[in-house]
Design a protein around this ligand. Structure first.
Ligand code: SME
Length: 188
């Protein structure tokens, strides 16, 4: 099928958010099957995520259509101990680098306690997150999910929503599965 068809998330066929994430997971699995280049795979994943959120009916996801940024930050190859660098995304122009331990992305990449143990951060109100970095002033809530390869962090998925409480535990589960798929399907 034409590659653009992967971006069609049918409103009538998808009954739950979990089913929508499953559909995305299956599309992405096909796309990465013969491709391990991380730029290529994250670019298609950003597109799939964007189209997923913007096609979710409001009774399935209240925040979905308000998603204003969907993309990736990866460990900066020129300073992997220090910072993340902007990867493929959909949305407005964003911060180019984020210091590890700073912002939602940098904190998710090393863990809130600074132990180096990456963790998902589901931020229902970005103003309540100390040190949140406002790349896009429209963002009100955010979810950041670490991606790992061979148990080491390689980057994060970052999704922003222009509404408070844009994401829940179902988004977390769906995105963690996608992060796992990307972590093992790309050469980093
Ligand atoms: N809000 C993020 C910065 C990246 S933008 O949302 C795209 C953060 O605090 O790390």
């Amino acid at each position: 099928m034409p590659h653009a068809d992967y971006s069609h998330f049918t409103k009538n066929g998808v009954q739950t958010k979990a089913a929508a994430y499953q559909q995305l997971y299956e599309s992405l699995t096909s796309l990465v099957e013969d491709q391990r280049n991380w730029v290529c795979n994250l670019a298609n994943a950003a597109s799939l995520l964007w189209h997923l959120y913007h096609s979710l009916p409001s009774d399935i996801s209240s925040g979905g259509s308000a998603v204003n940024w969907a993309g990736f930050y990866v460990l900066d190859p020129s300073a992997p101990e220090k910072q993340l660098i902007l990867g493929p995304f959909m949305g407005k122009v964003a911060c180019q680098t984020i210091t590890l331990g700073k912002g939602v992305c940098g904190t998710a990449a090393v863990g809130r306690d600074g132990s180096g143990k990456a963790e998902t951060l589901l931020v229902k109100d970005v103003e309540a997150f100390p040190g949140h970095i406002a790349c896009d002033g429209d963002s009100r809530s955010e979810i950041v999910v670490p991606m790992r390869a061979n148990e080491k962090v390689v980057g994060v998925i970052d999704i922003d929503c222009a509404e408070l409480n844009g994401f829940d535990e179902e988004d977390q589960r769906g995105l963690e599965a996608i992060a796992d798929l990307l972590g093992r399907s790309c050469d980093w």
